[in-house]
Design a protein around this ligand. Structure first.
Ligand SMILES: [Zn+2]
Ligand SMILES: [Zn+2]
Length: 243
């Protein structure tokens, strides 16, 4: 796929949103309404294979995976729209580091469509960013995603319920085994969530260590059912699906 030229990394999506026509962020074609064209959408790595209902890892018949059986996370269901592979990985990085805020909006709408409407939570909570990182980046991509998802589904968002207490190195910079330790007790939740069902929103689920720590904080605050809603799930290489 000949995509992802420098131009789309540099153009501010928030400016382009107000233009009547904009090139597809992936191939530059003009024949579409949203941020990307139908052909590029069809080539995105949608997570279509049967997968573990708890963590969204593909399993042959959609049963709970071995990891979740051995060490069940504190969230009980995961909804993921995509596998975290090319070119979706580039789009997510662009959302986080190149201020492509319109991408967050587009991803959140996809995520809202993928959510099981028969069992919606009482609240939506975004993966918090440490204040120092927020100053550095200027925005919390998970909060942007959560804001749109909550609005699309008409569920209250609790933007200040949880805080990140420590400014830990990015999980993506660490080997998988070190990630659990890196985020241990990294979050606190000061809002009473007694008896409530909550959905935690993040951009990518890889080991699930951050989401599990955040789930622990909301469980301590009384939440009784915790779901993870993510745009993309990192998959073992052999599990990647496209189409
Ligand atoms: Zn395209
Ligand atoms: Zn699993």
């Amino acid at each position: 796929m000949s995509i992802l030229s420098d131009h789309f990394l540099n153009i501010r999506a928030e400016i382009r949103r107000f233009l009547p026509a904009q090139p597809c962020v992936m191939c530059g074609s003009m024949s579409h309404d949203g941020l990307w064209c139908a052909a590029c959408d069809a080539a995105l790595p949608y997570l279509k294979a049967p997968h573990c209902p708890v963590c969204a890892l593909p399993t042959p018949g959609g049963e709970v995976c071995g990891h979740c059986l051995a060490q069940p996370p504190l969230f009980t269901r995961t909804t993921a729209v995509f596998g975290y592979s090319f070119p979706l990985d580039k789009l997510i990085q662009s959302m986080k580091y190149a201020e492509q805020l319109a991408l967050a909006h587009a991803f959140a709408k996809k995520l809202a469509r993928a959510i099981d409407k028969s069992n919606l939570p009482d609240y939506v909570i975004a993966m918090p960013l440490h204040p120092a990182k927020l100053r550095e980046r200027g925005f919390n991509q998970s909060l942007l995603l959560a804001t749109t998802v909550a609005r699309e589904l008409n569920i209250p968002l609790l933007p200040d319920a949880c805080r990140r207490l420590r400014n830990t190195p990015p999980q993506s910079s660490l080997p998988w085994k070190a990630r659990k330790k890196n985020v241990r007790n990294a979050f606190s939740c000061g809002t009473d969530l007694g008896g409530k069902r909550v959905a935690l929103v993040d951009d990518v689920l890889t080991t699930g260590a951050s989401l599990n720590e955040l789930a622990e904080a909301v469980a301590k605050a009384g939440a009784i059912q915790i779901s993870a809603w993510v745009v993309a799930r990192t998959l073992p290489h052999s599990e990647l699906r496209t189409g």
